[in-house]
Design a protein around this ligand. Sequence first.
Ligand code: GLU
Length: 383
Amino acid sequence: MVSQRLQAVPPSGTVAISNLVSEMKASGIKDIISFSVGEPDFTTPQNVIDAAIGSLQKGFTHYTPSMGMPELRKAIADSVKAKNNIPCSAQNVLVTPTKQAIFMWALAYLDPGDEVILPDPSWVSYEAVILLAGAKPVYVPTYFEDGYIINPDKVREAITPRTKAIVICSPSNPTGAVQPESVLKAIADICLEKDIIVLADEIYEHVLYEGKHVSLASLPGMWERTYTVSGLSKTYAMTGWRIGWLIADDVKSINKLQSHSITCCTSFVQEAAIEAITGPQDAKEKMVATFKKRRDLALDLIDDIKGLECNRPNGAFYLFPRYSMDIKSHDLADKILREGHVAVTPGRAFGPCGEGSFRISYAASEEDIKEGMGRIKKVLSTL
Ligand code: GLU
């Protein structure tokens, strides 16, 4: 009964593991340490929670305009213009959950037969939404030895007359790599020359420890061809609130899809989002500083595990260590979960170049990082 379109797509690898962890916990296995789903372990800052409660209490419980509340669109545009140097204003902002933004972007801009370039490895759902839109994902390999920085020559080699778009996620899920400005400029030149549009996923833009975050839409000539998505989930520990945005020269076409699907984002969540963006930022800064400490701790612990090596990524809260044992990453992740009770995501879920690696989300307490890495070490020592 299921459509052919859906049959062509596997379930989300990241969400599947997080569901499996919840099931195992519900069945009584309580000591599972989760390094799987990319979700800050902090609670949303209190000022944001208070704003949502205040909004509910005053009865702000109805639809908003489908594009989002005007005050929120303006707050997003002001902050993105100032921080990311993207020449946007409120009318360029569509308020929508970030994954929904990616989904709608694919439906709005891809036709059957179009090709979309994806750095390999890439977050699991890009491939799925491209396939659901009837288009074809084309992987461009990136390598451990290069710190997973994209080689623009490889991008050029992958272009055909059917290439419509390229997806860039920086800081990257799953590797944490932050693409340098020179690489982004080279990619921008290719897009301008070959008339290619860009989906720039900047959801980890604030989780940055070293280096500089550059928005593709800020580069000369790129504004008209770049669709920038981001949101509050990772920056303000607001994963459960489901709120983000898409910024582009034209958001009206995508809004057509929003109006036929979710209509608008949750009203009181939008009011809370205004507080998150315009209110005090100290909680956010504290979280990023904590993530950095955890990254360094996890890297030190990996150093001590035989057969495991890892780059030092500049952003996001993921490590993507490579292992030397002769086992598929799905089987290894399964073994680590069943024997060590630690959930990691198999590297292959992120593309062919992910084979031989697994993803660790270190958005977990220091105690869990120490315990979890110790258990991983133990499981790997049996191989
Ligand atoms: N983006 C996060 C991850 O990769 C959350 C789950 C998902 O959306 O895939 O773990």
